[in-house]
Design a protein around this ligand. Sequence first.
Ligand SMILES: Cc1cc2nc3c(=O)[nH]c(=O)nc-3n(C[C@H](O)[C@H](O)[C@H](O)COP(=O)(O)O)c2cc1C
Length: 279
Amino acid sequence: MLGSGNGHRDWLARELPIVAEGTGKPWGVGFLTWAIDVGAVERALEHTPRAVMLSFGDPSPFAERIRQAGAALIIQVTDLEEARRAVDLGADVIVAQGVESGGHGARHGRSTLPFVPVVVDLAAPVPVLAAGGIADGRGVAAVLALGAAGALIGTRFQATTEALVAPSTAKAIVEGRGEDTERSSVLDIARGSRWPSKYTARTLGHPFLDQWRGREVELAADLQAKQAYQYGVARGEIPALPVWAGEAVDLINDLPSAADLVEALAAQAEDALARAGRR
Ligand SMILES: Cc1cc2nc3c(=O)[nH]c(=O)nc-3n(C[C@H](O)[C@H](O)[C@H](O)COP(=O)(O)O)c2cc1C
């Protein structure tokens, strides 16, 4: 999956051909639904992705166009209303995201353990992937037991050799603890990001979070504070980006290649399922 975020025209023009021409395997492209217009989806579809994933926002304006193009429609959902809408729109795969997740998600989201099986029941026979708080094969085994068809994993893959993150980010993830993570919109407001207030992001600790926690409205109106954040970033005193990390960050202790990681996740999951079966 190529994570295109807001589907910026220049970015798509640069990145889509790299993946389209660079692999004979199925690939897809993901968008932040609230941040795009139909043109971004059209431009992606010109490169015939096997799948298009829509997260965070109303997928209705894009679903039919994606299905017409023959691409699989993957919709990430954070509550039951979104799950029902995804089924109604004919999603081929639904990703049920819990609040344990790293990065953005619903401010008033659901926990992965109870949320996934409800979505599995609601969406059947549409396959459901579980997301949020899965960082090793035991987590994969757990969500398979819940009826998920698989797992969608984010935070864990930032600590792999291929990840395009700063070395300080990978180090922070390897050293981080779940209780050091926090969901907030403070850092989005500080860095001038346009994320709607319905969504918060789970990150590791940050000095700005300590300073502004609970005072988001005040921060949004405080130009000086937001400038101080920008100056801090420019002077290298504040990390250029928040460290987006989920609650399963404790389970991440090494920096493998992505291929080795996938292999290890599968082997651990098989082992965990076999052990559970013996019990
Ligand atoms: C650094 C980072 C960036 C992410 N970017 C996106 C994104 O662009 N689009 C999206 O749908 N989800 C994004 N996610 C969320 C993932 O889709 C997924 O729900 C989440 O990572 C699962 O939880 P986990 O981090 O505990 O594995 C991101 C997550 C992280 C950690």
